[in-house]
Design a protein around this ligand. Structure first.
Ligand code: NCD
Length: 305
């Protein structure tokens, strides 16, 4: 494995399978009443969050703590970043404090890549702008594998605001590496211009894609990144691209429904679909901790380094 995890493309098929298999082993620990392992004792993991987050941030913190690492949580709000300190100066501060791994979420695509040139520790991208979110793709692949079995030849539909979604890009790359066939479904206005060069199919017609899919991943409509009108109205969007009860009924019986969260209930996904037994949304969150434990464990090399 490479030293950093910045893009899902950093992972070979063997790397990705190693992470998923390691997570399988670590999942057994999470089932015990005492969830802690001594593996990363004495190592320091810094969570550097410049953008809002609930599950990703808590998940990385829980993962590092379950491996007995020391965890420092840094949020831009209330730090010298609000006084104008640059990312580079923040990085040099972390470096001086001896961070073994820095987990970063940042509004600018490419920020983790820059950070990796300034610190000695491993950099893990926890979401950069509209670019990538590789641990989300790993936890999604892990969830699919545990529900559906090996991913080779599986058909996955990723639906909605692909344009603003780092989750979609990382998933397309990783699922392709793992041999799955991905179809992105979105209105033309919510697809990036470069999408034709991605290793996936593209469709504008959700109803045509749904019956063939083994997993359907709904994406949040990211209003905070929209500076323009991308569709006529919320109602019109839901009607064409929302997953409601009628559409769920047209999916194959074994197919699962996924969402990375946070959800806009009633917009891209109906509340009753999100809460149905076919939905893996809560499972994805639980699997996130296990996957991040596996990533930190493999990047920091356990106790021996
Ligand atoms: C996603 C993110 O932040 O990219 N959420 C997450 O990490 N669970 C998706 C989103 O914000 O819609």
């Amino acid at each position: 494995m490479k030293r950093h995890l910045i893009s899902a493309a950093d992972l070979s098929r063997d790397d990705a399978l190693l992470i998923l298999d390691t997570a399988d082993e670590l999942a057994r620990v999470s089932e015990r009443s005492i969830k802690k392992l001594p593996t990363l004792r004495g190592r320091t993991v810094v969570n550097l969050f410049f953008e809002d987050s609930t599950r990703t941030r808590i998940s990385f913190e829980a993962a590092a703590k379950r491996l007995s690492a020391d965890v420092i949580n840094f949020s831009a709000k209330g730090s010298s970043v609000s006084k104008g300190e640059s990312l580079k100066d923040t990085a040099l501060t972390l470096q001086a404090m001896g961070a073994d791994a820095v987990v970063i979420r940042h509004g600018a695509s490419g920020a983790p890549h820059r950070l990796a040139t300034w610190v000695d520790g491993s950099v893990v991208n926890a979401g950069d702008g509209t670019h990538e979110h590789p641990t989300q793709a790993l936890l999604d692949a892990y969830t699919m594998r545990s529900r559906l079995g090996a991913l080779d030849g599986r058909r996955i539909a990723i639906v909605g605001d692909v344009l603003h979604s780092r989750v979609a890009r990382s998933n397309v790359l990783l699922l392709h590496t793992l041999g799955a066939e991905v179809t992105l479904v979105a209105p033309p206005t919510l697809l990036p211009v470069t999408v034709r060069s991605w290793p996936c199919e593209v469709s504008y017609d959700l109803d045509a894609v749904l019956p063939k899919a083994d997993a359907v991943m709904m994406l949040r409509v990211q209003k905070e990144r929209m500076n323009d009108a991308y569709f006529p109205s919320a109602r019109e969007y839901s009607r064409r691209y929302g997953l409601d009860r009628d559409r769920l009924a047209r999916m194959s019986e074994e197919a699962i429904v996924m969402h990375p969260g946070p959800m806009n209930r009633g917009m891209e996904i109906a509340a009753e679909v999100a809460d149905s037994p076919r939905s893996t949304i809560v499972e994805q969150v639980a699997n996130g901790v296990t996957i991040r434990m596996a990533v930190l464990y493999l990047l920091l090399g356990g106790e021996t380094q």
